[in-house]
Design a protein around this ligand. Structure first.
Ligand code: ADP
Ligand code: MG
Length: 346
């Protein structure tokens, strides 16, 4: 493993912001740290960057402990949420800053800055000042500055969250492209599950200072282990076993043998098929047209369900329908919503 955080704990007074958090980043990997506001994402990023100290645990880079290495000697590139460019330097000076303080010869800095400006697609802005740039442009420059020094790890703390939706989606693609082409191991913090799904090789989902699940985007979306992860990764229908039995008798048998009483079924809206049927046991309460799909509110023997369909309009409001779910589209998850945070991680 390239970068390993092992059992990291961080307290602020009597408040435990991180509780024995372990994560791993492989060479060339793009890892997203995902979780709601306040769950400890920035705290973990700052520990890795060397901007604050661990209370317990260790951080290893290629097997060597980082604890005694100050931030500036770790050779990490960092981009924060808010624009952190030096306002009194030009774009070119900002990008070249790290090279200059490493006494890189001037012609080499100049070459490197030109290459990086091309890489982030802003070659015309070399002599502009940060104040003259849009938010999206500033973040591209911040990214160029972070990678100028060939960082061993790239750390991004919600770099897109201050931007509007269109720029955010564009820049998301850019970050992915830059990371892929340079192969820099990257840890990006986000609270946006769509962003994490789109970008990550691996997602580490956190809540209340602990890691609740880590895996590929497909794992977290299709195979959440708890209600928290199921809900955080997108809209899901979460049903207790008796409700599943009433609406989808076939699915009740998919419940793992011996699974605890608090296991509930997670069925994603796009996994439910609807067919108009005058004798059906469900009815369509509402339909929202969302451009690429239709979202249906359906009243069923299991209670209200959200169903999403693509393509032709399948039915109208008020229609009676039959619902189908393939057995492998139903995931049984632990219901952690009623437990205290400390218990829920167990
Ligand atoms: P996130 O980045 O996931 O939103 P943070 O890591 O910033 O969360 O914060 C995690 C928790 O630690 C929050 O409850 C926050 O209020 C608390 N916290 C963060 N920094 C400090 C600090 N310097 N002193 C006290 N509490 C802090
Ligand atoms: Mg944060």
């Amino acid at each position: 493993m390239y970068l390993t955080v092992r059992e990291a704990t961080k307290n602020y007074g009597s408040f435990t912001a991180l509780n024995r958090v372990s994560i791993e980043i492989d060479e060339g990997e793009f890892v997203c740290l995902l979780g709601p506001s306040g769950c400890g994402k920035t705290t973990l990023l700052r520990l890795i960057a060397g901007l604050s100290d661990l209370d317990e645990g260790e951080i290893l880079l290629e097997g060597a402990a980082l604890s005694d290495l100050p931030a500036r000697k770790r050779g990490f590139g960092i981009v924060f949420q808010s624009y952190s460019l030096f306002p009194n330097m030009t774009v070119a000076e900002n990008i070249g800053y790290g090279l200059k303080i490493r006494s890189t010869p001037r012609p080499e800095i100049s070459r490197r800055v030109t290459d990086l400006l091309n890489l982030v697609k802003l070659p015309q802005l070399a002599d502009s000042f940060p104040g003259q740039l849009s938010g999206g442009q500033q973040q591209r420059i911040a990214l160029a500055r972070a990678i100028a020094v060939d960082p061993r790890v790239l750390l991004l703390d919600e770099p897109l969250s201050a931007l509007d939706a269109k720029v955010r989606a564009e820049l998301r693609g850019e970050i992915r492209h830059v990371q892929r082409s340079l192969g820099i191991p990257t840890l990006m913090v986000t609270h946006d599950q769509e962003e994490a799904l789109a970008l990550a090789d691996k997602i580490i989902c956190m809540n209340h200072g602990v890691v609740v699940q880590a895996g590929t985007p497909e794992d977290l979306y299709n195979r959440p282990r708890t209600r928290f992860v199921a809900e955080f990764m997108g809209i899901s229908n979460l049903l207790p076993a008796d409700a599943v039995g009433r609406a989808f008798p076939d699915l009740a048998a998919t419940r793992p043998q011996g699974s605890a009483d608090d296991h509930i079924a997670c069925i994603r809206p796009e996994q439910i098929g609807v067919t108009p049927d005058p004798d059906g046991n469900a009815s369509v309460r509402g339909i929202s047209f969302l451009g690429n799909l239709r979202r249906l509110e359906v009243e069923s023997p299991a209670g209200p369900l959200v169903v999403e369909t693509h393509g032709a309009k399948p039915c109208r409001e008020g229609d009676r329908v039959t619902l189908q779910v393939a057995p492998d589209a139903c995931t049984w998850v632990a219901d952690d919503s009623t437990r205290a945070p400390a218990e829920a991680q167990a």
